[in-house]
Design a protein around this ligand. Structure first.
Ligand code: PEP
Ligand code: MN
Length: 361
């Protein structure tokens, strides 16, 4: 499929009538046979773009680091034989130049590169003015400004068809995800740049096969524009990211089961019901703000009392009592422990800041 008008956004909007953009293919291009076998399977699916890593940034040395430039002609062959567009990861100016030379259609900047402004700038300089699609993965750390910074560097160099890839964020905390999605970060990116296409990468978020459907559905529920899913004909034998790659058959199943949501309510009746409910929400939000502000006034009076008696701001026993109470009550009212803790820790932190201000002037 050709990109109409050479405009990524317009092309995506036209396609989304039937399904979101699907980028599929192996984590790494292992051999010409492997790449072609997968591509021929994928041409019968919803996939429009074939991905394969040629240069692989690995966490530790000694793992397979990609076949390098010799794999680029294999991708050219994929395009000629199947009509799929092709995508590779680029991590420096040399990669960028080679990818353009071999007429790769989509270039993506990996999570480990987005964190490095020098590397991003070097790439931006090398591909200045290109109308190829360039996708910027989120940095490995949950830093929206760094992600935006990378996008801006490419935009400033006249790269026209930009998009972002949400692949989750690494965390020291134990989690069921390889990279926790922290959905609020791509939501904030979308609020700042409403027309910037955002592709979700459930493979690197999950790190396993079983979570891919659910993460993809959440991405579609949040109106992301596409999915990048690692696909391999023999996933268990893959040279990198074996645990998370799925077979083309599974990709087809996932795509038929996923529900594409409409961007907005269409029926007048549903719309007026929604508006009434939104009014109720607005009223509740006002109440919440009033309650929080009244609570803060009490906190400040306690601060004054602590100042008069020269008593420490943090009263651990009292804080534990409050937290225990609210978690218990919250749970009986259908609110999860995790949510109540998050909210009350934020309230406590702000209360401490107000009392500190009072005590220390
Ligand atoms: C990849 O897409 O194979 C890859 C290396 O991803 P990330 O940059 O998200 O780790
Ligand atoms: Mn991978």
């Amino acid at each position: 499929m050709k990109m109409e008008n050479k405009n990524f956004r317009t092309w995506l909007d036209a396609m989304e009538l039937s399904h979101p953009l699907v980028i599929a293919g192996p984590c790494s291009a292992e051999s010409e046979e492997q790449v072609l076998e997968i591509a021929h399977e994928l041409k019968n699916t919803d996939a429009t773009v074939f991905r394969a890593g040629v240069w692989k940034p690995r966490t530790r040395p000694g793992s397979f680091e990609g076949n390098g430039a010799i794999a680029l002609p294999w991708l050219k062959k994929v395009k000629e034989e199947t009509g799929l567009l092709t995508a590779v990861e680029i991590a420096n100016a040399q990669h960028a130049k080679l990818a353009l030379e071999f007429d790769i259609d989509v270039l993506w900047i990996g999570a480990r590169t987005t964190v490095n402004p020098f590397a991003v700038q070097e790439i931006a300089d090398a591909i200045q003015g290109t109308d190829k699609i360039v996708l910027i993965k989120n940095p490995i750390n949950p830093d929206l400004a760094l992600w935006i910074g990378a996008i801006e560097r490419l935009h400033k160099m006249g790269v026209k068809n930009l998009g972002a890839i949400h692949r989750g964020f690494s965390s020291f905390r134990k989690s069921n995800y390889r990279n926790i999605p922290s959905w609020q970060i791509p939501i904030d990116l979308k609020s700042k740049y409403p027309t910037l296409p955002i592709i979700n990468d459930p493979s690197h978020i999950c790190g396993n096969r079983s979570g891919i459907f659910d993460v993809s559905q959440t991405a579609l529920d949040l109106k992301m524009d596409g999915l990048m899913i690692e696909t391999h004909c023999h996933p268990d034998e893959a040279w990198s990211d074996a645990k998370q790659q799925i077979k083309p058959e599974r990709l087809m199943e996932i795509m038929t089961e996923l529900k594409v949501r409409k961007p907005r309510f269409e029926r007048e009746e549903s719309l007026s019901k929604l508006n009434a409910l939104r009014k109720e929400i607005n009223a509740k939000d006002e109440q919440l703000l009033e309650t929080l502000s009244e609570r803060m006034e009490i906190v400040e009076n306690i601060g004054k009392a602590k100042k008069e008696s020269n008593v420490a701001v943090l009263q651990n026993a009292r804080w534990n009592e409050i937290l225990g109470n609210v978690v218990e009550k919250g749970e009986t009212q259908g609110l999860s422990k995790i949510f109540i803790e998050r909210i009350f820790k934020a309230i406590h932190q702000e209360s401490i800041a107000h009392q500190e201000q009072i005590i220390n002037g």
